[in-house]
Design a protein around this ligand. Structure first.
Ligand code: NAP
Length: 345
């Protein structure tokens, strides 16, 4: 077979359509993956209106995937044809995941253990990268904590508090799980209270109702811990959450944000750093962390130390993605929408 189906965006703010395109060849160090599940991310509806993000039109997009290795390029030793794998794609037609086959560098591919379905595995890569880059990349890309997969990293931050704004978001869930592996305690998060029990299974120790006024957040955190909070990860990063998160942060600490920084200028102090996380292991700057993360990921998944988000499977393969993106934009709660590109379309 030489052609496949892909979901294309015609142009910025243009229509979405499914069309055939060539299946690409795996070059040296790369693998060709038959995509069995691809998860939707907020960026996938946002970029349809942003000039400059996608470079090639019509554009294939999407970047969370799992599937089966179909071909390996020269020099690939960590995976073989037939392996079930998960990986993060990139926003160009060769590497994007809203299609039936994609190319990815083998060093950022991990095998899926038996305890995860393709659909569950596909929920992990983008948000895992966003959490890992923020927490474990060197400054100024992240906070430069020692990663739990490196010698001496696991449990290293025992007794230190961390605050995660938006713990039930896909990004927030992964931050909580890494915070637990890193030893942070307490792990304080904000979410709707119906997600409290779930977030505690991931490692959160305290869930603050996100419906409570953000002006009371610092007080609520101080009622839980008297220690200075030096890491606050705002997985939501609206202007109001960033400002409240910055207030919670102690001098010497770092606020991690996932959207453009929006802390009020009058509040900014050199004593509190702000890092805008770019959560892709495809980016050259993040590749070193990504390589080590993926080398250790299968073990973390197999042990249940990194768990997937809840899954809702979209109907009709690639054709279900446009409706899924509308649903995602309208808002989901502790849920990942997943499409199966191999389904009949
Ligand atoms: N910089 C990057 O590289 C990068 C990477 C990935 C994502 N992002 C961005 O990160 C954001 C989160 O992405 P995602 O995929 O994790 O989103 P998501 O899973 O779709 O987020 C949905 C969750 O957000 C929570 N939420 C919404 N407003 C909140 C608030 N004011 N306070 C606390 N929680 C709130 C909801 O919590 P409840 O249901 O509990 O109410 C819900 O569970 C998006 O803006 C996305 O574009 C950036």
């Amino acid at each position: 077979m030489t052609t496949q189906k892909a979901l294309f965006l015609e142009k910025i703010k243009g229509k979405l359509f499914i069309q055939d395109r060539d299946i690409q060849e795996a070059e040296t160090g790369e693998v060709l993956v038959e995509i069995h599940a691809t998860a939707l991310n907020p960026v996938d509806w946002k970029i349809q209106g942003i000039e400059g993000f996608l470079k090639e039109f019509p554009a294939v997009f999407g970047s969370d995937a799992s599937g089966v290795v179909k071909k390996v390029g020269a020099g690939v030793t960590n995976v073989s044809v037939g392996d079930k794998v998960l990986f993060q794609g990139a926003y160009d037609n060769r590497h994007a995941t809203f299609q039936q086959y994609a190319i990815v560098a083998a060093e950022i591919v991990a095998k899926i253990p038996e305890n995860l379905s393709f659909e569950q595995a596909s929920t992990i890569p983008v948000t895992l990268a966003t959490a890992a880059v923020g927490l474990y990349s060197p400054k100024p890309l992240g906070v430069a904590l020692d990663a739990p997969w490196e010698a001496g990293g696991r449990g290293k931050y025992a007794g230190e508090p961390i605050v995660v704004i938006g713990g039930s978001s896909s990004v927030g869930q992964q931050v909580i799980q890494f915070a637990k592996l890193s030893g942070f305690s307490p792990i304080i998060t904000t979410a709707s209270l119906h997600n409290s029990a779930f977030l505690k299974t991931l490692g959160a120790t305290h869930v603050i109702d996100r419906a409570a006024p953000l002006s009371e957040l610092t007080q609520a955190v101080q009622a839980i811990t008297s220690k200075p909070v030096t890491v606050v990860y705002d997985a939501i990063s609206y202007a109001d959450t960033q400002n409240a998160a910055y207030d919670v942060l102690a001098p010497g600490g770092t606020l991690l944000v996932v959207l453009n920084p929006a802390v009020d200028a009058g509040k900014i102090t050199p004593k509190k750093a702000i890092v805008h996380v770019l959560g892709s292991v495809q980016l050259p700057n993040n590749r070193a962390v990504g390589r080590r993360l993926y080398a250790n990921l299968t073990g973390l998944l197999d042990a249940g130390e990194i768990k997937p988000n809840h899954v809702e499977v979209l109907p009709n393969g690639l054709a279900g993605i446009p409706g899924g993106l509308e649903k995602l934009e309208a808002g989901v709660s502790a849920l990942k929408l997943v499409a199966r590109p191999q389904d009949n379309i």
